[in-house]
Design a protein around this ligand. Structure first.
Ligand code: NCC
Length: 274
């Protein structure tokens, strides 16, 4: 199955541009979203040396990885995963939050109220139907995240919030399918793989914490919640196992780091001459 070298895979991945919607991409649109889109793309013209992605896995609990995570120039977290009270294990720094559209829209997550979504960069996504056009998605998102997006921007004009072009998600999915041993069900990628796709063009290297499960692996779903559910780690709806196998294949950290310390390291695109 891995007939391609990591370099070949990275060169293929580099061709996929994960786009955020910009002013001019949408005219009007639901909730007049077009008028609230940013003029620039995510971290346009910015570069980072070290980047960390904190998967929300249960095995981060008691990992003591907080300091290692915070030492990175950019730290990306997902959804409502907290830092407060969990600093020793997951650190305190957050540069970016990748939020799925359930978190943006469902009352329980308090997107417009909670401080955990403030003073950082928000990247929001919602899956379209496979191969749908941008217009079709705008008319029928899975969860209608446009009103909350606009409200977030209205409350603070300077707020940095970006919307993923859902077509990019499926391009990334096609890439995963093309580099996986079996046929994947056509369900969206997890936010984890999207996070990696977003950072590889920007960072010299990306460390992903407890995504490829380490020796601390547990049945627990999240470090911040006692619920057990091994599917959170191995996948049942998202193609998580395929994402993680491929990520492990392109990893450059040694087995001690991956399975004892608990992170994989993926070199950014700038390290490859394709
Ligand atoms: O659980 P979730 O994911 O927020 O986790 C973020 C990312 O961390 C990685 N992860 C998580 C748990 C675990 N044991 N192992 C892991 O590797 C995954 O890469 C995951 O993407 C999501 O991807 O957005 C997701 O969101 C949740 C949920 O919507 C939010 O947490 C808000 O409650 C989804 N769960 C449900 O809808 C029930 C989950 O499927 C995907």
């Amino acid at each position: 199955f891995h007939d391609k070298t990591p370099k070949q895979i990275m060169c293929e991945l580099r061709k996929i541009k994960i786009k955020t919607l910009k002013r001019g991409d949408v005219r009007g649109g639901p909730s007049n979203i077009g008028d609230f889109l940013p003029k620039r793309g995510l971290f346009e013209n910015r570069k980072f040396n070290s980047c960390a992605i904190v998967a929300s896995a249960g095995s981060l609990k008691d990992s003591n990885l907080g300091k290692t995570i915070d030492a990175h120039d950019l730290v990306l977290r997902f959804n409502h995963a907290p830092t407060k009270g969990f600093e020793e294990d997951v650190g305190a720094k957050t540069t970016v939050r990748v939020l799925n559209s359930q978190v943006i829209t469902r009352e329980e997550f308090k997107f417009l109220q909670s401080d955990i979504y403030k003073n950082l960069t928000v990247v929001a996504w919602d899956p379209s139907v496979y191969k749908a056009t941008l217009e079709e998605w705008l008319e029928k998102p899975e969860f209608n995240l446009f009103p909350a997006y606009v409200e977030y921007k209205r409350k603070n004009d300077k707020a940095r919030i970006f919307l993923i072009n859902p077509q990019s998600l499926w391009e990334l999915w096609d890439f995963l399918q093309g580099n996986s041993p079996g046929r994947l069900r056509r369900n969206p990628l997890s936010s984890g793989f999207l996070g990696l796709g977003l950072l590889l063009p920007l960072c010299n290297f990306v460390d992903i914490f407890e995504y490829v499960p380490s020796a601390r692996v547990t049945k627990r779903c999240h470090y911040y919640d006692p619920e057990d559910n091994p599917a959170c780690t191995f996948g049942v709806w998202h193609p998580l196992a395929a994402e993680k196998l491929l990520t492990y294949h392109i990893n450059t950290a040694d087995d001690h780091i991956v399975f004892q310390n608990g992170y994989v390291r993926i070199p950014g695109f700038k390290n490859f001459k394709c």
